[in-house]
Design a protein around this ligand. Structure first.
Ligand code: URA
Length: 253
């Protein structure tokens, strides 16, 4: 019997994930009879198990099982960015499927919220995490006090930290106590230390973008697959030259 799992994933969601277009567009592909599951024309609402069902669009199989997975997680506070915590605290890996095993790319502090990439793609992970590739990371920081224009200028020019000056950053005010900071480096507690150094300790910190990856609708504690289009954009961002000069920890370029 053709597997027709009640729990599988909705076909249009699977199609959208592998980059065939928006959810709506993928629904149209199904409505137009262009999608088959195990050789049968699929109807809207069909659920599939990508590990067992053969999905084809216009007769061509879709690449749903490349073996590599890339998740975008909205990390809540109180969750540790590690694969396993000796103190038994909840980890980011607990929030995504257990199989295949994935690991976090880079790190967000226990108290930091926001976007984190998890993958089993070691090669991509190394490139995203390495500062020489200069993938931008955007943060929203709620701070104590109201930063002045001179303070923003200091953040932009680079701040002296105990492990050396930071590279130039983009800094702007979104509200009187809300700073948007875009950095390329990934030094330990960097945003908190930069804002401490200019006299505005962080009250709340959220990562809102990793290179081209942003998602305002992803609820805290939830995750989704990166789309093929997002993966392509990420690859493109990794290929762009950066201008980090000889700042510490970047290895120059
Ligand atoms: N900078 C910080 O200070 N903390 C984070 O979690 C990420 C960047």
């Amino acid at each position: 019997m053709t597997p027709s799992p009640a729990e599988g994933e909705r076909l249009q969601k699977v199609l959208a994930r592998v980059g065939l277009g928006s959810r709506r567009l993928c629904e149209e592909l199904i409505e137009d009879g262009r999608v088959t599951v195990n050789g049968e024309v699929a109807v809207l609402g069909r659920r599939v198990d990508v590990d067992h069902d053969r999905v084809e669009v216009d007769g061509a199989p879709i690449g749903v099982r490349p073996g590599l997975v890339h998740y975008l997680l909205n990390k809540p506070t109180g969750v540790v960015t590690t694969a396993s915590d000796p103190q038994g605290r909840p980890t980011v890996v607990d929030l995504v499927p257990a199989e295949p095993r994935v690991f976090p790319v880079g790190r967000l502090d226990l108290d930091t919220e926001g976007l984190l990439l998890l993958t089993n793609d070691g090669e991509l992970a190394n490139r995203v995490a390495h500062p020489s590739h200069g993938v931008e990371k955007e943060y929203l920081a709620e701070v104590e006090g109201e930063p002045s224009r001179a303070t923003l200028r200091r953040l932009r020019e680079g701040v002296d930290l105990d492990d050396g000056p930071t590279a130039p950053a983009q800094a702007s005010l979104v509200a009187p106590t809300l700073v948007k900071l875009v950095i390329h480096e990934g030094r330990n507690r960097q945003v908190r230390r930069m804002l401490d150094a200019v006299g505005h300790p962080v009250v709340r910190l959220i990562r809102t973008r990793i290179g081209p990856l942003a998602d305002r609708r992803l609820a805290p504690g939830t995750w989704r697959h990166l789309t093929e289009a997002e993966l392509r954009l990420l690859e493109a961002a990794l290929a762009e030259p950066t201008d980090l000069g000889d700042y510490p920890g970047t290895g120059g370029r």
